[in-house]
Design a protein around this ligand. Structure first.
Ligand SMILES: [Ca+2]
Length: 188
């Protein structure tokens, strides 16, 4: 390879890498049965991201009667407050497909009428993630892009550990001091 060729190849590689970097971030969805919990006490905001679906799908927060949004009507980037929650509150979602009459749920496949998982997670940071739903019966094409939204202030997988209160720290320190004192007495 002559120098000019090497230079142009390097330049092309650099340009293609830059072009890739400029592309909007693609979702990296993995179907998951992990549960979702509110990370810290306060508001949870849902942002509608996109849809690549022919079907009209309504999104629900489980336990609330009104739908949050419809995938065909919502504007990408539109934000919805889900309300204020205690830390550790479990959040789960359902998508009702108006065209087929089926509802699909986040979490276990056994919740769904076809026994396939229909929701996938793309964790974008410690306390936010994208969630994508698949809207076709029998699992569909599994690209989970028929209704995509993001959530802030959530924790995936296990209950958040409560931060000990200052009094607990005080008691803990007192306990450790007593242990230390007892040990010292023994060694004397
Ligand atoms: Ca699909």
């Amino acid at each position: 390879m002559n120098r000019f060729k090497l230079f142009t190849t390097t330049l092309l590689m650099f340009l293609s890498t830059s072009a890739m970097a400029a592309q909007p971030r693609q979702y990296d969805f993995t179907p998951s049965t992990e549960k979702l919990y509110v990370a810290t006490a306060g508001e949870v905001i849902l942002t509608f991201l996109s849809k690549a679906a022919a079907y009209s799908n309504d999104l629900y927060l489980q336990g609330t009667p009104d739908s949050i949004l419809n995938n065909q009507a919502a504007m990408p980037g539109a934000q919805y407050s889900l309300g204020n929650f205690e830390a550790g509150t479990e959040l789960s979602f359902a998508m009702f497909v108006k065209n087929t009459g089926f509802a699909y749920y986040t979490g276990s496949a056994s919740l769904n009428p076809d026994n396939f998982m229909h929701a996938a997670y793309d964790i974008t940071s410690g306390q936010s993630l994208n969630i994508g739903f698949e809207d076709l019966f029998n699992g569909g094409d599994k690209d989970y892009d028929d209704l995509v939204f993001s959530l802030n202030n959530v924790h995936v997988g296990s209950l958040v550990t409560a931060v000990p209160e200052p009094e607990t720290y005080g008691m803990l320190t007192a306990g450790l001091l007593m242990i230390g004192f007892a040990k010292r007495r023994k060694t004397k």
